[in-house]
Write a new protein. Structure first.
Length: 264
């Protein structure tokens, strides 16, 4: 509760300070003196999901449910860091990237001196690139539209239950029993490759000089192909655990996106 209240006060202070500047601001279309609010040609920006900032405020009066706000879907599946480059007053380029690797091992006692292990390794990559055409409406408020293309490679997500406890695993899985080799197993394959092209329409408000909060909706085409997942138990031949799938989708992203960005 204290953390949520502090987050609310901090955000309220930032918004209050930004609004207190009133019309005494400058943009690239305003020759008056004051703060430069909007990005200028050659400026770079970095953005990420606004969830960590909005979640405490949205749950400020909720003592029982830890609800999530809107997700920044174009950078959250998987979670990516977004980058912007202002080409000029009317054109921004944007990209997002995630490159991740996980290698994790859990150990379990087996008798007095033996230890069983459960290991998994997974690789994730996500790349997005697009272009925005800007329409500045009033000082701090921008409208924009554009298009983007994205590629994602995601590891297989699974769940393993050992001694009544569930363990989340990603990618290739290997279980080793220190005393009974017939219990050993490996699971491989099943990763997902997805590709999508989308158009978007959004608005961006600069709550402080070169600090923006944006919201947008998308419509796009996408394909996703999940590979075959196999399992080998002991010395037995491999068996198919998941045959995989293929999906084609054309839809509106009705959940929208919220992105907090800082420009330099």
């Amino acid at each position: 509760m204290k953390k949520a209240l502090l987050s609310f006060i901090l955000c309220a202070g930032v918004l209050g300070a930004a609004m207190a500047q009133g019309d005494g601001i400058t943009t690239k279309r305003d020759k008056g003196k004051g703060y430069t609010i909007l990005p200028e040609a050659g400026d770079w920006g970095i953005g990420f999901s606004a969830d960590p900032f909005l979640k405490p405020m949205l749950n400020l009066f909720n003592n029982t449910v830890n609800n999530d706000p809107f997700k920044a879907d174009w950078i959250a599946k998987p979670m990516k860091i977004a980058f912007y480059m202002a080409q000029d007053d009317e054109t921004y380029y944007r990209a997002a990237v995630r490159i991740g690797f996980v290698s994790h091992t859990d150990r379990f006692p087996n008798g007095t001196s033996n230890t069983n292990t459960l290991s998994h390794t997974g690789f994730t990559i996500g790349l997005t690139a697009g272009i925005e055409k800007i329409k500045t409406m009033r000082h701090r408020l921008q409208g924009y539209y554009g298009a983007q293309v994205g590629i994602d490679v995601l590891p297989y997500e699974d769940k393993v239950t050992i001694a009544g406890k569930d363990y989340a695993t990603y990618g290739s899985v290997k279980y080793t029993d220190a005393t009974t080799t017939t219990n050993n197993y490996t699971r491989t394959g099943g990763g997902t490759f997805s590709f999508g092209v989308a158009g978007f329409l959004g608005v961006r408000y600069f709550v402080a000089p070169k600090i923006s909060l944006g919201a947008e909706y998308m419509w796009g085409l996408g394909i996703a192909s999940k590979g075959k997942r196999t399992e080998t138990i002991g010395s037995n031949p491999s068996t198919v655990k998941d045959s995989g799938s293929f999906e084609f989708k054309a839809d509106t992203n009705i959940s929208g996106s919220l992105v907090l960005a800082f420009w330099f």
